[in-house]
Design a protein around this ligand. Structure first.
Ligand code: AMP
Length: 530
């Protein structure tokens, strides 16, 4: 069989979006835009500014902030290496294995190749200056020259020692220049916002700094309704300044105002305080001890969590565990004095703002860095994945990432779920039809139609201008299918008379207008901003 026939018989492969990811299509995207536009507007009124963050960061940033024990870090991150360094990495590898064999003369050429490759990688921007740990390429070169110097001298006892020392140094350099950096698609954005706060010295701005973001996040979770592997969050963070309870309350008030503006249905705000570095560890130990006593009655997930993260047991939805959990000690009874005061004041501040809440002592957040105030908002129509927003205070996070001690509080809204809930309650957009379909016939009419389309679009109308001439009957059928409100009929007569025919498709009525009158008439019949 010739190559040609083989190709003919092969069916072209069909591609599909990867499981857990999806396309968002019109008209649904109109709702996404409305939600995002509303977020911009509401957050602006609370004095927040937008931050746009990279979609991938160093793996270490998430591992350190979110916590190695969490599901997100241990199972769900999309992590990848820097492809451009594959050549450098293979030399690195070859050199490392020769180092363990220990023959000096066979090491030197590999070390030389390694230095050359590092130089190349820097030149090509594959690794950025300065090298990790501040090693400069000059230092590497100097060191290589001294190696060569030694390699060319006759061998004697003393130089053997010297060679061993040099091999040790090469080994140390290799470790320093560990080339394989790992990156991760962001599973959330709080760590990135804190990284940016530190990197741009935002602690010298007036405090607190109030930022919001929106965009895709990535977690390798089991996909189901309301749970995706690429999903979207809209979030905000308040960094720096004090931990005044009014800040917590205002952040919550802002989300509730946003949901209210969107007319989200069945909104329920749950709040809790999970204590601080002083009181939480003591409570966690108490909880762990109590859980050990009932270990046999718990499911495998909760049993594992007794060791790794006992607070997460409180999250359990397993029916059989509910009566056991109900008897566990409650965090509110074990807060230190400062935390108890803070929690009471947050509640008072919420009341002052007319924000309705429910206290939920079992509300703990999945991520390690939270402390004191935590909150979650659920909405209607989402089944078991009904949390649309999670948030809380995380005062130690910026410091954990190498910044100054900084207070912090924020939230993340699951935009996919928010949209789903709006759609379920009938708040989704209807298919947006065109305002005007221009049915033109004849070359002269096309030039007029192009001009008319330009003017109508400039005035804010949605216009469909067919690219080729159509019989009027067909054009009107097409206009109907597209849900157009009007058909503007432009034939030879209309063009020569300067009187254009406008047909209202709903009732078939039609009238003739001069060009300026037509625009006026349409403007009056439809407010442009809608
Ligand atoms: P978290 O960052 O885990 O606190 O989540 C904050 C919010 O993001 C949740 O309340 C959900 O609404 C949403 N969310 C988290 N994970 C997913 C996911 N895999 N798919 C869709 N939405 C999610």
């Amino acid at each position: 069989m010739s190559e040609g026939t083989a190709k003919k018989e092969e069916k072209p492969r069909k591609f599909q979006a990867i499981r857990g990811t999806r396309d968002l299509l019109p008209p649904e995207t109109a709702l996404w835009n409305r939600v995002e536009q509303t977020a911009h507007e509401i957050f602006m009124t609370f004095g927040f500014g937008e931050i746009r963050l990279p979609i991938f960061e160093q793996t270490e940033l998430f591992a350190r902030s979110i916590g190695a024990e969490t599901d997100v870090v241990s199972k769900e991150m999309y992590t990848f290496g820097e492809q451009d360094l594959s050549r450098l990495n293979s030399i690195h590898h070859a050199l490392s294995s020769r180092l363990s064999e220990g023959s000096y003369l066979s090491i030197i050429p590999w070390f030389e190749a390694f230095v050359r490759e590092v130089e190349f990688a820097i030149k090509e921007d594959h690794i950025l200056q300065p090298l990790p740990n501040g090693v400069t390429i000059e230092e590497l070169r100097k060191f290589l020259a001294s190696c060569m110097d030694y390699a060319n001298r006759p061998i004697n006892e003393l130089e053997e020692n010297e060679k061993e020392r040099q091999i040790g140094l090469i080994r140390a350099y290799l470790q320093l220049l560990e080339t394989e950096k790992l990156f991760t698609l962001r599973p959330e954005a709080t760590a990135s916002v804190c990284r940016a706060y530190i990197e741009h010295g935002m602690q010298s701005l007036p405090q607190p700094v109030k930022l919001y973001y929106m965009g895709p996040m990535f977690r390798r979770e089991r996909p189901q309704k309301g749970r995706y592997r690429q999903f979207y969050q809209i979030g905000a963070e308040v960094l720096g300044g004090s931990d005044a309870p009014a800040i917590d309350a205002e952040v919550i008030e802002m989300v509730m105002t946003f949901f209210d503006r969107l007319e989200l249905q069945g909104v329920q705000l749950d709040i809790n305080s999970i204590g601080c570095r002083e009181c939480r560890p003591k409570y966690v130990e108490l909880l762990r001890a109590e859980l050990f006593k009932v270990k046999d009655k718990l499911g495998p997930d909760s049993q594992r969590r007794i060791e790794t993260n006992p607070l997460r047991v409180l999250d359990s939805k397993l029916e059989s565990e509910q009566p056991i959990i109900a008897k566990l000690p409650r965090v509110a009874d074990h807060l230190c004095e400062d935390c108890a005061k803070h929690y009471a004041a947050v509640k008072h501040q919420l009341e002052m703002r007319g924000v309705l809440y429910r206290e939920n002592w079992r509300l703990v957040r999945g991520l390690d860095y939270y402390m004191r105030t935590t909150f979650e908002i659920t909405a209607q129509g989402l089944g078991s994945q009904n949390a649309v927003c999670g948030g809380g205070r995380y005062d130690g996070l910026v410091e954990l990432l190498g910044g100054p001690p900084t207070k912090g509080i924020g939230f993340a809204i699951g935009e996919d779920r928010l949209i789903l809930s709006l759609q379920e309650s009938g708040k989704g957009p209807v298919q947006q039809g065109r305002d005007v379909y221009i049915a033109w016939m004849g070359e002269r009419a096309q030039a007029t139609a192009v001009r008319a389309a330009k003017d109508l679009r400039k005035a804010g109308f949605s216009v469909e201008l067919p690219p080729v001439e159509q019989k009027f009957g067909k054009a009107l059928g097409q206009a109907d299918k597209l849900g157009a409100k009007y058909a503007l009929i432009l034939g030879d007569n209309e063009v020569s008379e300067g009187l254009w025919t406008l047909k209202k498709l709903a009732d078939g009525s039609q009238a003739k207008f001069t060009e300026p009158d037509l625009l006026d008439h349409l403007r009056k019949s439809k407010p442009v901003s809608s």
